[in-house]
Design a binder for this molecule. Structure first.
Ligand code: NDP
Ligand code: MG
Length: 383
């Protein structure tokens, strides 16, 4: 029996993780969870069904029962520190995942990571800390899980490149002049995946793929030129690895996050999962196209930043995007402003040496203040 701590239990990845645990109650039990506190009813249902011993909540909501409550902004860190578990699943969204992930990799156990933002901002430090403590980091992000699976049993020196597939989001064919007017509602209609709000916006700008390039750069220790992106609308091929002889391995399957989650929990074993058979007769075609950098300027910007391999730029990009996406979701800025805000913030972000977690957090704070100022200036200009 493996014990699991799940940070972000009420979210999209959180729910899929619970489905896997529910299907394999003989192998896993939920020892601790954390949430922000926005969905108290879902939280109550999870507690009633899985009976975790520890519950972390950021917000001050009413909660009682036969478990230990850890409340407050630092509840994730305290929960991870206090609770000994075999697997820590990081399913919080956004840059708030940085600190909890760092604490989790200190434990010397397994970290199943969905939160890509923590790897983008603090990948170098998190991976160093993981290797110091003998912690296994297993990706949940479907593309990274695909690559991780394709690399099993391979000699890394034979790798030529990885190819991340991207659905392209809801605006792949929208006339460019219409992007000006798209609403939050339009953005939240993703053609393939049903995910949390932040990652759904990132999919529409394709910043999600940008973040995933940096995530892959750190997780698989790649050079920027070894990372490619291709648009694959059907969401069947989850990513590919090309070796030096030209042979390519891909991982395919239905678009269901239970598959990479189950693999991250059970690796190197595989779990039986219901209703995951891919019906090949329903696939009429599989298409692959190069991304249009004009349509997706954030992807282009990320590519340029990746080439520079500077941690301060990764933090600036990721933080500015996080704040800009939230401003868009709150209806304060328009869809196309997300890029403008990120780009302006990057211009303000001066080179800084990042070698510790403290450096990462203080630079994140600085970039947040720049981004907020850029947004205020933009609003002042449009009003
Ligand atoms: P959601 O927005 O659906 O869920 C976020 C979860 O985290 C909720 O349970 C939320 O609680 C909780 N949460 C937010 N902030 C905190 C905090 N400070 N402390 C504790 N809990 C917190 O996000 P997703 O599940 O879509 O995404 C999670 C992460 O996984 C993201 O980094 C995303 O990029 C990545 N990912 C997601 C995929 C997907 O299919 N959804 C695919 C690949 C990667 P509450 O309900 O109270 O708000
Ligand atoms: Mg992904």
């Amino acid at each position: 029996m493996k014990s699991v701590v799940l940070l972000g239990a009420t979210g999209s990845i959180g729910k899929s993780t619970l489905e896997v645990i529910r299907e394999h109650k003989d192998k896993f039990y939920l020892k601790g969870i954390s949430v922000k506190g926005k969905n108290p009813e879902t939280l109550r249902n999870i507690i009633d069904e899985f009976k975790p011993e520890f519950v972390g909540v950021v917000e001050n909501i009413n909660l009682s029962g036969n478990f230990k409550i850890i409340k407050g902004k630092d509840c994730n860190e305290r929960l991870v520190e206090e609770v000994e578990a075999d697997i820590y699943v990081i399913a919080i969204s956004g840059i708030e995942g940085i600190l909890p992930t760092f604490y989790a990799v200190k434990k010397g156990k397994r970290v199943a990571i969905a939160n890509k933002e923590s790897i983008v901002s603090a990948g170098r430090i998190i991976l160093q800390e993981a290797s110091k403590n003998n912690t296994e980091i297993i990706p949940i992000d479907s593309e990274h899980s695909a690559i991780f699976q394709c690399l099993q049993g391979q000699n890394r020196s034979n790798l030529r490149r990885i190819i991340l597939t991207a659905s392209g989001g809801p605006f792949l064919d929208t006339p460019l002049e219409e992007l000006e007017k798209v609403t939050v509602e339009d953005v939240l209609k993703h053609p393939i995946w049903n995910m949390g709000r932040k990652i759904t916006v990132d999919s529409a700008t394709m910043m999600n793929k940008g973040l995933e390039m940096i995530e892959a750069y750190f997780l698989f220790k790649l050079r920027p030129e070894e990372i490619d992106v291709i648009i694959h609308r059907e969401g069947v091929v989850h990513s590919l690895v090309e070796f030096k002889d030209g042979a390519i391995l891909a991982q395919l399957g239905i678009p269901d996050m239970r598959i990479p989650i189950a693999y991250a929990l059970s690796y190197p074993e595989r779990l039986n999962l219901k209703s995951t058979t891919l019906d090949f007769s329903s696939i009429t075609r599989l298409s692959f196209n190069s991304p249009d950098y004009n349509r997706f300027p954030l992807l282009k910007l990320t590519r340029e930043i990746l080439q520079k391999e500077e941690d301060y730029l990764f933090i600036a990009l990721n933080t500015a995007n996080d704040i800009a996406v939230n401003a868009f979701l709150e209806g304060r800025i328009r869809f196309l402003d997300i890029y403008k805000v990120v780009n302006k913030t990057l211009i303000l972000s001066k080179p800084t040496n990042i070698s510790t977690l403290e450096d990462t957090l203080s630079y994140t704070k600085l970039v947040k203040s720049y981004t907020k100022k850029v947004i205020e200036d933009l609003l002042a200009k449009t009003n």
